[in-house]
Design a protein around this ligand. Structure first.
Ligand SMILES: *Cc1c(COP(=O)(O)O)cnc(C)c1O
Length: 387
């Protein structure tokens, strides 16, 4: 139940396991620095065309090796070293690559950070605007890694326009929801959109950048030769497969179910007495404050692991505990929903989580583990062929 994880299909895994891993194809379709790229051109162009159609954008670069590489390339296209940027702080649900001091992005660029309000734990767009007016950033980033609510791209665009900044939407977590129209799209608001391809989108591990036609050349140059060498052609083949899958009715239903499963789970947890950050969820994840159960995030993570439920400890806004301990856990529904879990099963999972965290009792954990194993047998992981 790691919120950033999912199961790809067997078709995606076959593409990623294909002979395309052997090919060097530096450059872009029809403009390569190596010979023998005819098949690579077909594969990459297919991935690009499908991405453009899926997200309804002008331009797609499918080469970033990961979401982090996509962000680095996007910054490289939009800023000079030392330029100012503005993003949500990591401790409030942002990402390391949004200018955290331990990350290269925090060393190359001059980031300041907005947060969520203490009372309702929602993104403080007024603070975003104040910081934007005071600091005059070149880029404003909107995107989250541990935030259970919808993002207001329109509001962020108004603020970016007011100060003449580029708006970068990092939809790493929610790209599947966006593709299925289950979360509002940043298309039409953001100048550049970055993402990971392996989270809700269910593709292979990788990244992608979408943008308007006017900055397409800049983005392409910033990926190659700006920050990467040869593209991972086998992964790009996997992306092409995933984008086709993501354009089906089945995928749209999967994303709807991912969100409704999160709602069912959040109600179960709240009824069991757990406090949820922001009081609930609009998307695929839930952030639980475990301190009322006399637990910290690390202990809660360990307790749940002992009954076969894997989540991650996660800082909650205004957390007093260090990142290695934290006061919360982050729980996601994408992977279980891809396995076929519905509302009935999510209620069972919610019950287990509440019982285990409340009782911390060995007998309860043992029974919970049995139920978890039964559920996993009933809903086997997609994409895994047992030979
Ligand atoms: C996961 C994530 C990334 C980085 O993605 P990787 O593919 O792990 O490099 C970037 N931004 C956000 C908001 C994320 O959640």
């Amino acid at each position: 139940m790691i919120a950033s994880e999912n199961y790809t299909s067997q078709a995606v895994m076959e593409a990623v396991g294909s002979v395309l891993t052997n090919k060097y194809a530096e450059g872009y379709p029809k403009a390569r620095y190596y010979g023998g790229c005819e098949n690579s051109d077909i594969v990459e162009q297919l991935a690009i065309d499908r991405a453009i159609k899926l997200f309804k954008v002008d331009h797609a670069n499918v080469q970033p090796h990961s979401g982090s590489q996509a962000n680095l390339a996007a910054y490289n296209a939009l800023m000079n070293v030392g330029d100012k940027a503005l993003a949500l702080g990591l401790d409030h649900g942002g990402h390391l690559t949004h200018g955290h001091k331990v990350n290269i992005t925090g060393k190359l660029y001059n980031f300041s950070h907005y947060g969520v309000r203490q009372d309702d734990e929602l993104i403080d767009y007024d603070q975003m605007r104040d910081l934007a007016i005071n600091n005059k950033p070149q880029v404003i980033v909107i995107g989250t890694t541990a935030y259970p609510r919808n993002l207001d791209f329109q509001r962020a665009k108004q603020i970016a326009d007011e100060v003449g900044a580029f708006l970068l939407a990092d939809i790493a977590h929610i790209s599947g929801l966006v593709a299925a129209n289950v979360h509002p799209s940043p298309v039409g608001f953001a100048d550049v959109i970055t993402m990971s391809t392996h989270k809700t989108l269910r593709g292979p591990r990788g990244g992608m950048i979408l943008c308007n036609a006017n900055i397409a050349k800049k983005i392409d140059k910033a990926v190659f030769p700006g920050s990467q060498g040869g593209p991972l052609m086998h992964v790009i083949a996997g992306k092409a497969v995933a984008y086709q899958e993501a354009s089906t009715e089945e995928f749209i239903n999967l994303q709807k179910n991912t969100v409704s499963n999160a709602k069912v789970l959040s109600e179960k947890l709240q009824n069991g007495g757990l406090r949820l950050v922001s009081g609930g969820t609009d998307n695929h994840l839930i952030l639980v404050d475990v301190t009322s159960l006399k637990l910290n995030g690390k202990d809660a993570e360990d307790l749940l692991a002992s009954c076969g439920i894997i989540v991650n400890k996660n800082a909650i806004p205004y957390d007093n505990l260090p990142p290695t301990i934290t006061s919360g856990i982050r729980i996601g529904t994408p992977a279980l929903t891809s396995r076929g879990f519905g509302h009935k099963e999510m209620e069972k999972v919610g019950e287990i989580i509440v019982n285990v965290l409340q009782s911390k009792d060995n007998m309860v954990i043992k029974n919970a583990l049995e139920t978890v194993i039964e559920l996993c047998k009933e809903f086997p992981a997609p994409g895994i062929v047992v030979r």
